[in-house]
Design a protein around this ligand. Structure first.
Ligand code: NOJ
Length: 842
């Protein structure tokens, strides 16, 4: 049952206190009824566990109701902010509180959302704006490397630095809340349209890089971590009005263990890092919309993870009034048909809605404003650098910091992954003749607001035809979406896109090299079967794989680009392929052709795409990116995790169901579980040198002993303030989950001839069977360290382990527990190449 339909909860005021005395007396006098009922209740979790074993056969999943919504109380470093917020909110009328919980229509800025304000008390409201890869749809900003590209860098300090510079741009533009970073989708399905916005198809890597991004962004603005939670496909992401029925959003159906160990995992790291805002997602979770799901918002986010900031809906992701408020939604964007006529204030007055909840909503919003110093003079005026229309006269706010330039280039460089390099064909060595092909080698033919209304600033949708553009505008499924985009793909499409001050295309950068080296360049960027100059030392082919918000990709490779590569390779015996890919891209159509000598996954490097790839092609730097996902040999190897769930496959197509019955085994875990050898495994990538691994040293503390347990704070009906009574709970939940339980070390030597960075990786196989034999517990990433090593040198890497890294989520005890048994340890260069192996036991 949808919580929305639960009228009793919707209309009953959530008041504290109950006639406990009478109840207790009744229990004593009805022991024969009470004792069996209590025994049943105690056994229920066990039955639940048994049911989980069978749940993959279950048709319907439901989300439990968790009321009331935990109140923010100023945990950890939020104490001051809450003191100030309480003082301010106590001065507000109910209408003012209601007003700041929703977006208002404001045509004076280009902010994608503007919240209500209380000018009388000095709260100007918030400008909320996209997104995680840079400020979108405006002028005077940089395009940073996209999430997936940063994932491919495996570089934590670079992730932090990127977010620091990006956050400062948001601030200079007068944006209060940056709508990013993205750690959901995780990348459950290979064709997911938004997988490129997040860092990796792995919760650990997503969590570490996402947390660094929160820390960096929040030096300047509030980070809105999105999309909470289990938002894994674009297909049917929003309800679609039909003739008879409205087709609801897809329901992500998942069990509690999968939720904790996979989809929630990175969010918890980002909450621990102190994120101030969370965006609830479009999908349903176990049949309840994410923005009215009391289990995920009240129970998990505000309860278990003790989140002190505010939850904002994804744009038009709110589908109910009091239900969404009672379930934990604090702000509805970009407007709200449910709250906009003072409905919340009126419902308090009529006794239908608990005032405590409305006060909590307002307090969370105002506390977050104080927490990040936005109440101080000096914070730019709301949306000051965000003109609503770039074609109309406006003051140009240059938000770019010249100090960001080297970081932008470094991010762009480090996310390139070299996967094939036969005969050391790369790096190029002062080539005499180069041929360059492919639609992706050059800049877009138009990079300008087109002034036609709907998409006048949406440069990112250039490759769509007008019908497709209209489909997006009307929230309808996009027919025949493009699989490639004209011009160098430096970012994907939709709200994660951005509009930099310049774009460096590969051809531009290689032309500059030709000048230095005296190289003759031939090129053809339009034909599918270009002529090839016989004296070419190398033929560079640039192709791309486009993806965008709103639709999932129609495939994992496109034949037009594949034919271009094969055509060039049929003549040129040194064909180097660069793919700018917004997600997994298969290469088996030509990878075994011996004339294809080198292949680089260039991902989405941001504005320095050309400059960065030139540095790698010419060997100024050794490639140091590693794949943050798995590239299969054929699409069918992903099995049911290749494509989105379709409504037509559900019993009731108006209520699309997507059963996540693979559990935690997505991406590389799926390949390990199914024993399928991929073409290029998770963590894989070549460089221009070689590395040797030795000296595995496993140091585990006594704290990691078997059955050591971290019980999560559990929120059930009754009290609203368990947080403050729970010791050791702060941002992110119980802090002991993040305590050290030891570390693992290894020595790495650079045995080649050039300096290069190695991404050393730690995988652990936890000794507990998963839910059933179909979903065995495979090895999982639990550490990585990127180190630059000079030729002939060696260094020691250390992988710190936190409690959560060696624990499993016990659904019965509702606790993270270190299981009994032997843990297997694997250290090396990728999930399938781990020269060092060992064990420890608990
Ligand atoms: C919808 C997208 O899902 C979200 O990521 C974005 O922040 C909002 N639109 C606002 O553009």
């Amino acid at each position: 049952m949808d919580e929305k339909d639960d009228i009793s909860h919707e209309s009953t005021p959530l008041v504290k206190g109950s006639p406990r005395g009478k109840f207790w007396h009744w229990c004593k006098t009805h022991k024969l009824i009470v004792i069996p009922v209590v025994v049943m209740i105690l056994l229920l979790p066990l039955l639940g566990l048994l049911a989980l074993n069978k749940q993959h056969a279950r048709a319907d999943y439901t989300s439990p109701i968790i009321y009331p919504s935990p109140q923010g109380y100023g945990a950890g470093n939020w104490t001051d902010a809450y003191t100030k917020a309480h003082a301010m909110v106590s001065e507000m009328t109910l209408e003012e509180m209601n007003n700041i919980t929703l977006g208002v229509v404001d045509g004076s800025t280009g902010c994608v959302g503007v919240s209500g304000s209380v000018p009388r008390l000095g709260f100007p409201g918030f400008c909320l704006h996209d997104a995680g890869n840079g400020v979108r749809n405006t002028d005077g900003v940089n395009a940073y490397a996209s999430g997936l590209h940063v994932g491919a860098t495996w570089n934590t300090s670079l992730a932090y630095e990127r977010a620091v510079f990006m956050g400062a741009e948001f601030k200079r533009k007068g944006v209060n809340v940056a709508l990013g970073p993205v750690v959901g989708p995780i990348g459950r399905i290979a064709e997911g349209g938004r997988n490129w916005e997040a860092f990796a198809a792995d919760p650990y890597l997503d969590g570490i890089l996402g947390a660094q991004s929160v820390r960096g962004l929040q030096q300047s603005v509030i980070a809105s971590v999105k999309h909470f939670v289990a938002y894994e496909q674009e297909t049917n992401r929003n309800p679609i009005a039909g003739e008879d029925n409205t087709t609801q959003s897809t329901s992500a159906n998942l069990d509690d263990q999968t939720m904790h160990e996979l989809y929630l995992w990175p969010f918890q790291d980002l909450m621990y890092a102190g994120a101030g805002c969370v965006m609830c997602s479009y999908n349903r979770i176990n049949n309840t919309y994410a923005c009215e799901n009391s289990k995920t918002m009240n129970g998990i986010l505000k309860g278990e993870l003790n989140f002190q900031g505010f939850v904002v809906s994804d744009w038009a992701g709110q589908h109910s009034g009091l239900s969404s408020a009672n379930a934990g939604l604090d702000m509805a964007m970009p407007t709200s048909g449910y709250w906009d006529k003072n409905q919340l204030a009126n419902a308090v007055n009529s006794g239908d809605f608990n005032k405590t909840r409305l006060v909590d909503m307002a307090t969370r919003i105002i506390a977050t404003w104080h927490q990040f110093g936005q109440n101080e003079t000096g914070f730019p005026a709301l949306g000051v650098g965000m003109p609503p229309d770039l074609l109309a006269p406006h003051n140009y706010t240059d938000a770019k910091d010249p100090a960001a330039r080297s970081s932008l280039l470094q991010q762009a460089i480090e996310g390139h992954v070299l996967v094939k390099n036969s005969n050391n064909s790369l790096p190029l060595n002062r080539p005499k003749v180069l041929s360059i092909f492919g639609y992706d080698a050059i800049s877009q033919s138009m990079y300008n607001p087109d002034g036609t209304g709907l998409f006048k600033q949406d440069w990112e949708v250039l490759s769509l035809n007008s019908q497709q553009g209209m489909d997006i505008g009307s929230n309808a499924p996009v027919e025949n979406p493009p699989q490639t985009a004209q011009g160098v793909l430096y970012v994907g499409g939709g709200s994660g896109s951005n509009t930099p001050a310049y774009i460096s295309a590969p051809y531009d950068a290689i032309q500059a090299r030709a000048y230095d080296d005296g190289t003759a360049i031939f090129s053809d960027f339009t034909s599918n079967e270009p002529a090839i100059v016989a004296s070419s030392d190398a033929c560079l082919v640039f192709i791309n794989e486009y993806a965008s918000e709103v639709w999932d990709r129609p495939g994992l490779a496109d034949s037009k680009s594949d034919n271009l590569v094969s055509h060039v390779a049929s003549t040129c015996n040194n064909t180097v392929v660069v793919i700018h890919n917004a997600g997994i891209r298969l290469v088996d159509a030509w990878i075994e052709n011996p004339n294809v000598t080198a292949v680089i996954f260039g991902h989405l490097p941001g504005q320095d795409a050309g400059r960065a790839v030139a540095q790698i092609l010419y060997g100024d730097v050794s490639p140091s990116g590693r794949l943050p996902y798995t590239v299969a040999k054929q699409a069918s190897d992903y099995g049911k995790l290749q494509s989105a769930c379709q409504a037509k496959d559900s019993k009731d197509p108006t209520s699309p169901q997507c059963n996540f019955d693979e559990g935690v085994n997505v991406d590389y875990r799926n390949f390990l579980a199914q024993k399928i050898r991929p073409r290029y495994e998770f963590g894989y990538g070549l460089t221009y040198t070689t590395f040797d691994y030795s000296n595995l040293n496993i140091k585990i503390n006594a704290t990691a002993s078997a059955n050591n347990t971290v019980l999560a704070p559990v929120y059930t009906n009754g009290t609203t303030d368990q947080n403050s009574k729970t010791d050791g709970v702060s941002n992110g939940g119980l802090q002991s989950l993040f305590d050290s339980v030891g570390s693992i070390q290894a020595t790495i030597a650079n045995t080649g001839k050039v300096a290069a960075a190695e991404v050393s990786q730690l995988y652990i196989q936890i000794p507990a069977s998963y839910l059933n034999a179909k979903n065995p517990r495979t090895q999982v990433l639990r550490g990585f360290q990127k180190v630059t090593i000079q030729p002939g040198d060696s260094t020691t890497v250390t992988f710190p382990l936190r409690f959560k890294d060696v624990a499993i989520w016990d659904v019965v005890r509702q606790a993270w527990v270190i299981p009994v048994g032997e843990f297997k340890v694997f250290v090396g260069k990728s999930v399938l190449d781990t020269p060092l192996e060992g064990t420890f036991s608990t």
